[in-house]
Design a protein around this ligand. Structure first.
Ligand code: SF4
Ligand code: SF4
Length: 442
């Protein structure tokens, strides 16, 4: 794609990067076929190619974006299916990330929307605040029936977004998991030492996921540390275009992880929420212009691994070999498109005694996408319904995924138990049966 940035504009490293990405696009349009918003809405401006044009115009003109541009960029899920499809290697993620920062900086959203985004950016990365807000949301849930129902294709108003937010609140919350600073020694001879990302929403909604990871790792000789003073990885605010907050969190995490690596040694930083993993693996790029942090950020990104990547190097010892439990594997976008991890979780599950079924249209997002199911509830619920219908065709006993956002989104529309891949692997290798799985399955 031809670009027309001035030399002055190109002196800005972000614009130079955008120019490189834009020039790689040959407008072939292959990406439209796999873009969930184009599939649903059929509007070229809601396709990757359309958004690439809009972003090019916005950056070249260097003027505040119009409401129309913001609408189409906001509808992007950042699912990155377009990156998997693109034959020219267009790095759409870095382009849309830059567009979101530009929108946040130059566009004045309506007051109610600004307030909602500010609340999300404040609450979600802070587990204590998030826990308190979930408790309040539970009490406010009866009010949801009084709020307007979803209307597809219209711009969602504040009340519909609040309704979507209340619908996501769980009926009850589990007790908090172990605190930062906890160390879980390896059982028997130690063969490794890792940090396990504590996450923010996940540690409130489902501490059982990291507990399963700790159980499995320590049982296989790996010491696990929950690093003190670790923060939210920054993914949530990064996707809201609030890069000041996201980069501050990245720097804080890099500092504490480096300290831990220097003191006790770390073979890896393991992540059980693939949305966080995609961003931590991108720290090196996000901080490439930071003189103090560029090197350390690249080192941390190289240490970051999805839990399934790390386990691939292990001979797990399965204790259940029956092969009588059918698992529909939901491939989270951040794992399959963001990190290009596709076959590994399924291989681990089948090697450990599960019958694993691919879900039709597995490249399409379930609609979770960070805060998307709150900010774009209509599109998100259509994607969820489509995903659940696809899952139902394989008649699973349970659904496995590697990302808490997808788990919550899918569980909101089905009675089939939804579990994390690591919970099944822990169960298969001697750990407890995940609580949401029915009595009939042993
Ligand atoms: S597939 Fe790639 S090259 Fe083709 S239009 Fe989409 S982004 Fe551009
Ligand atoms: S990230 Fe997903 S929603 Fe956004 S343009 Fe690409 S395929 Fe479409």
């Amino acid at each position: 794609m031809k670009t027309e940035f001035s030399l002055t504009q190109l002196a800005d490293p972000d614009i130079a990067e955008a120019d490189k990405i834009l020039r790689a696009c040959v407008h072939c349009g292959f990406c439209t076929a796999t873009c969930p918003t184009y599939v649903l809405l059929g509007d070229e401006l809601d396709s990757p190619r359309g958004r690439i044009y809009l972003i090019k115009e916005m950056l070249e003109k260097d003027k505040p974006p119009t409401a129309e541009v913001v609408k189409h960029i906001d509808r992007c899920l950042s699912c990155l299916a377009c990156m998997t499809t693109c034959p020219s290697g267009v790095h759409y993620m870095h382009l849309v990330d830059q567009a979101r920062v530009r929108i946040e900086r130059d566009y004045s959203r309506p007051l109610a929307e600004r307030a909602l985004r500010a609340v999300l950016a404040l609450v979600l990365p802070r587990p204590r605040l998030f826990r308190a807000s979930m408790v309040m949301a539970r009490y406010a849930q009866p009010l949801a029936a009084l709020l307007p129902a979803s209307k597809a294709a219209a711009t969602p108003g504040l009340l519909r977004r609040i309704k979507a937010m209340l619908a996501l609140a769980p009926k009850g919350l589990p007790a908090p998991g172990p605190a930062g600073g906890s160390v879980f020694p390896a059982a028997g001879e130690r063969r490794g030492r890792v940090a396990l990302l504590q996450g923010c929403a996940q540690q409130v909604l489902a501490p059982r996921i990291n507990q399963a990871a700790i159980n499995l790792l320590t049982r296989h000789g790996v010491e696990v540390v929950l690093v003190r003073d670790e923060q939210c990885c920054g993914a949530l605010t990064h996707h809201l275009g609030r890069d000041g907050d996201a980069l501050a969190r990245a720097r804080a995490n890099i500092t504490v992880w480096q300290k831990e690596a220097a003191q006790g040694g770390l073979d890896a930083i393991l992540i059980t929420t693939s949305g966080c993993g995609t961003v931590i693996k991108d720290y090196g790029f996000m901080l490439r212009e930071d003189r103090d942090f560029a090197g350390p950020a690249a080192q941390i990104s190289a240490l970051a691994k999805d839990i399934t990547e790390y386990l691939a190097g292990f001979a797990l010892t399965p204790s259940r070999q029956k092969g009588d439990v059918t698992v529909a594997y939901h491939s989270a976008c951040s794992l399959q498109h963001g990190q290009k991890i596709t076959g590994l979780p399924k291989e681990l599950l089948s090697k450990n005694g599960f019958v694993v079924k691919d879900v039709p249209e597995s490249h399409l997002c379930c609609g979770s996408a960070g805060t998307y199911n709150i900010l774009q509830p209509d599109i998100a619920s259509r994607l969820r319904d489509r995903k659940i219908a696809s899952i139902a065709t394989v008649k699973p006993d349970m659904i496995a995924a590697g990302n808490i956002g997808c788990m919550v989104q899918i569980a909101g529309g089905t009675s089939v138990p939804v579990v994390h891949t690591i919970e099944l692997l822990d169960w298969a290798t001697g750990g407890p049966k995940p609580g949401s799985i029915g009595q009939g399955l042993n």
